[in-house]
Design a protein around this ligand. Structure first.
Ligand SMILES: Nc1nc2c(ncn2[C@@H]2O[C@H](COP(=O)(O)OP(=O)(O)OP(=O)(O)O)[C@@H](O)[C@H]2O)c(=O)[nH]1
Length: 435
């Protein structure tokens, strides 16, 4: 079995939304609190000494995303507050005036996520970036694969202090079994090369066949002196590698850079599927999800309905009020449609002033009622631009098949019905004929 090492989040109903700042300099504490609030939209909890910090921990520890701690406090001159916080499994960034080697060793040993030397021009920027990463990491599942229990636990402990939700597997087979589970998403795998049975390279090849580089970051771990091995790990599909023994800081940077890259790739993916004006999915997004809905309709023997919603005389709106007003109207319509559909429905902007909705479980009669409701809501929609009301209406075509032969047939049927609605005067709903 795969061991669950650290929970992804605490069991409280309020998601963690606070950052503890323990700093006796009121000016630094004030600056940090302001930036945590403004830039991260998290609630700063400020304590000026250890006693205050302990009280806040007793009251609100489970709501803390992370803590920023000064090492020298009036009632705790030797960093005692660090242990108070680390012992509660809250990721810690330490602010320190100086950094000698033995202090660095102590901080890593005691379990801090990061340390920042005070006074450098960008030190507060570094703290804010560190907090943003810890918050981001909380939503990311990581899997450590290593047959050595102590090596595995070391990696798990490091990932946990950086905020990751973390699981572990003792060999390649366990790791593949874990990756087959759809429940919690693992986005980062750190895997050792030398394992009995399936080695790291074979495991990475296997993983890469199933998970492209923008879905899963893989960091291979090789031993010192095996330069060729590192190259082979990369060739097998690892995004990066680290050589043992490593400094915790180096692993932290590699892990964070890889997760940053995953985020960027995910954003690029998202941009390719999203309409920038309305924030709705675009045609590409629609095509991908529609295929899944058709499959579900076939499998569950439920009808699948399509609505094609085309705004009337939109050119006239642009001509009368200007293109910016037309844009504002499209955004309002998208917002209204977003509120009208159920969570499981698929809504997309198909292009221009046309929107598609797919709804599983609606027969033609149900879909007609749904379309009528949308038509009426659009008619009543209050779109105001520069003090003037822009009247909106739509012609809606409706089709429902149980199951549809294909997405194309379903949408084409609804599209033809929409044209019939336009022909018969606009601002009405028409149903597709069964043939
Ligand atoms: N403001 C704005 N206008 C857009 C956008 N996309 C398409 N349009 C405009 O929507 C109008 C669509 O015009 P037509 O296809 O002639 O249709 P219509 O005027 O709505 O008339 P009917 O559909 O026949 O009722 C065009 O003038 C496009 O320029 C957009 O993103 N923003």
């Amino acid at each position: 079995m795969v061991e669950q090492s650290c929970p992804k989040s605490s069991a409280t109903s309020v998601p963690p939304d606070l950052v503890l700042v323990v700093e006796d300099s009121r000016s630094i504490a004030g600056l940090l609190a302001e930036r945590i609030d403004d830039e991260l939209h998290l609630g700063p909890l400020v304590a000026y000494d250890r006693a205050q910090a302990k009280r806040l921990l007793d009251e609100k520890a489970e709501r803390m995303v992370a803590a920023v701690l000064d090492l020298n406090l009036p009632d705790a001159p030797d960093g005692e507050v660090v242990r108070d916080v680390v012992s509660r499994d809250i990721p810690v960034i330490v602010l320190t005036a100086t950094l000698e080697d033995d202090l660095r060793d102590y901080l890593i040993r005691v379990g801090v996520a990061d340390y920042v030397v005070k006074g450098a021009i960008d030190s507060l920027d570094t703290v804010i970036q560190g907090l943003a990463r810890i918050r981001r990491n909380r939503g990311i599942g990581a899997l450590v694969v290593d047959d050595s229990r102590s090596a595995r636990l070391h990696l798990v402990e490091l990932l946990r202090r950086w905020g990751f939700g973390c699981e572990q597997a003792a060999n390649g087979e366990q790791a593949l079994e874990r990756m087959r589970k759809p429940d919690s998403e693992i986005r980062l795998v750190i895997c050792d090369q030398n394992m009995p049975g399936m080695d790291g390279i074979t495991l990475i090849r296997n993983l890469r066949r199933q998970f492209p580089a923008h879905r899963l970051g893989i960091i291979g771990v090789s031993s010192y002196g095996s330069g060729l091995l590192s190259a082979r790990l990369l060739k097998a599909g690892a995004n990066d590698f680290i050589t043992r023994p490593f400094l915790e800081e180096e692993l932290s940077v590699r892990v964070n850079q890889n997760v940053d890259l995953l985020d960027l790739l995910r954003q690029a993916e998202d941009f390719a599927r999203r309409d920038p004006l309305t924030g709705l999915g675009n045609r590409r997004y629609f095509a991908e999800l529609a295929a899944t809905l058709v499959e579900t309709s076939e499998r569950t023997k439920q009808p699948l309905a399509a609505l094609v919603v085309d705004l009337d005389h939109f050119k006239q709106i642009n001509d009368d009020f200007g293109h910016a007003a037309g844009d504002a109207a499209l955004r309002s319509v998208a917002g209204m449609l977003g509120e009208s559909v159920r969570r499981a429905d698929l809504l997309a902007r198909a292009g221009g002033e046309e929107f598609y909705i797919l709804s599983l479980g609606l027969d033609l009669e149900g879909a007609k009622k749904f379309a009528e409701r949308i038509r009426t809501s659009l008619e009543q929609l209050e779109v105001r631009y520069a003090g003037q009301r822009i009247a909106i209406s739509a012609s809606i075509g409706v089709a429902s098949f149980s199951p549809p032969p294909s997405v194309e047939v379903l949408v084409e049927a609804a599209d033809l019905a929409m044209y019939a609605a336009k022909k018969s005067g606009r601002n009405n709903v028409k149903l597709a004929t069964q043939d």
